[in-house]
Design a protein around this ligand. Structure first.
Ligand SMILES: *Cc1c(COP(=O)(O)O)cnc(C)c1O
Length: 352
């Protein structure tokens, strides 16, 4: 730390992104990226846009907003695009959390970082013993609610009915539903924005749309909420979405069949992985995301993580008490999963 850092940041602990080691070629199943390339249409439109990089990007992202508004059945001014959905989540912490925030004790690690960064007080409501969200913790709380649906790193989803109860019971606070993984089998609550002016839904192009490196996310909500978020955006960085990424986003929305087909393949691979892991004595949460959260009957999560890494397969391990027995495994391609399973068989043979 320098002598110059504002003391309000003295104790800030930044988010730890999943490791991206360069020492060897790993089978990467640790950061929930897509194993598939971006849609050819997205790639083509991004390279076209590269020819005009001497110009600033469009701060209103008009082409992208138009394509997305049509795609999701909302108005142009009910949507805001950001540099990954992390940015719109940060904007929501900046804009809407005067009375504090509440989110689960086990969820996306960035929520507490954004809260700390913005001086927002927060409560972490415990998940139930089976790792599901207890909706009673969020009914009439008078705080801004942040829920990832499906949740991370468990993959467990809430029903639309349960989310609606939470939204309805907090009319004076924003309820943010982070749908980063919704395309892999859960149901989106986007239609509810027409009914509730306190609902903000966020999604990302990083997972189902294979554009993690492009950094593209968005929020959908009432016009007033989107206007507030734009006030923050235009007070920080109006050009937050670069023109190549905006073009790739349009290409991706136009190539729906490609995206849907990839999501189907991920779901099939998820079933395959569930079955194979069961045979090897793992138990799993009921994941509707592009990852599985698995625990072996005898071998610790850390042991599995370390031994897999030695053998060239990366998965994610969390050291906290309630998560330490588990590993989170991204659903990759079938070939990647076959390598994972064969390495796991080797490891279990070595140990048991
Ligand atoms: C990946 C992820 C995000 C954000 O991803 P971006 O790449 O910033 O769009 C947000 N929430 C959850 C739960 C995630 O897993």
């Amino acid at each position: 730390m320098s002598n110059f850092l504002d003391s309000k940041y003295n104790s800030l602990v930044p988010y730890t992104p999943g490791e991206q080691p360069k020492d060897m070629q790993y089978v990467k199943l640790n950061t929930n990226e897509s194993p598939f390339a971006p849609s050819p249409k997205a790639q083509e439109m991004a390279s076209e846009a590269a020819k005009r990089l001497q110009l600033y990007s469009d701060p209103e992202c008009r082409d992208l907003v138009k394509a997305a508004a049509e795609y999701f059945g909302v108005e142009n001014d009910e949507i805001i695009f950001t540099n990954g959905s992390d940015e719109v989540l940060n904007f929501a912490f900046m804009a809407f959390c005067e009375n504090g925030a509440i989110f689960p004790d086990i969820t996306y690690g960035f929520y507490s970082v954004f809260a700390d960064l913005n001086g927002v007080e927060y409560t972490q409501a415990p998940l139930k013993a089976d790792f599901s969200v207890d909706i009673n913790n969020y009914i009439g709380v008078n705080k801004t609610v942040f829920l990832a649906n499906p949740n991370a790193p468990t993959g467990i989803a809430l029903s639309v009915e349960d989310i609606e109860k939470i939204i309805k019971s907090n009319p004076n606070n924003v309820v943010v539903i982070d749908e980063a993984y919704v395309d892999f089998g859960a149901q989106s609550v986007i239609p509810l924005i027409k009914k509730y002016d306190n609902l903000l839904v966020t999604q990302t192009f990083s997972k189902s749309r294979s554009l993690a490196g492009g950094r593209l996310g968005f929020g959908i909500g009432s016009k007033a909420l989107i206007r507030d978020l734009n006030t923050i955006k235009y007070s920080t960085n109006p050009y937050n979405v670069n023109s190549m990424t905006a073009a790739a986003g349009v290409g991706s929305l136009l190539d729906d069949e490609y995206i849907k087909n990839n999501c189907e393949r991920i779901k099939q691979n998820r079933d395959y992985l569930l079955n194979e892991l069961k045979k090897l004595d793992f138990t799993m949460t009921d994941s509707l995301a592009n990852f599985i959260f698995a625990k072996h009957s005898t071998v610790s999560g850390e042991e599995i993580y370390l031994r897999l890494k030695e053998k060239g397969v990366l998965v994610r391990h969390f050291k906290t008490e309630r998560l330490k027995d588990y590993t989170r495994i991204t659903i990759g391609s079938r070939e990647q999963l076959e390598i994972l399973i064969s390495k796991l068989k080797e490891i279990l043979k070595e140990l048991l």
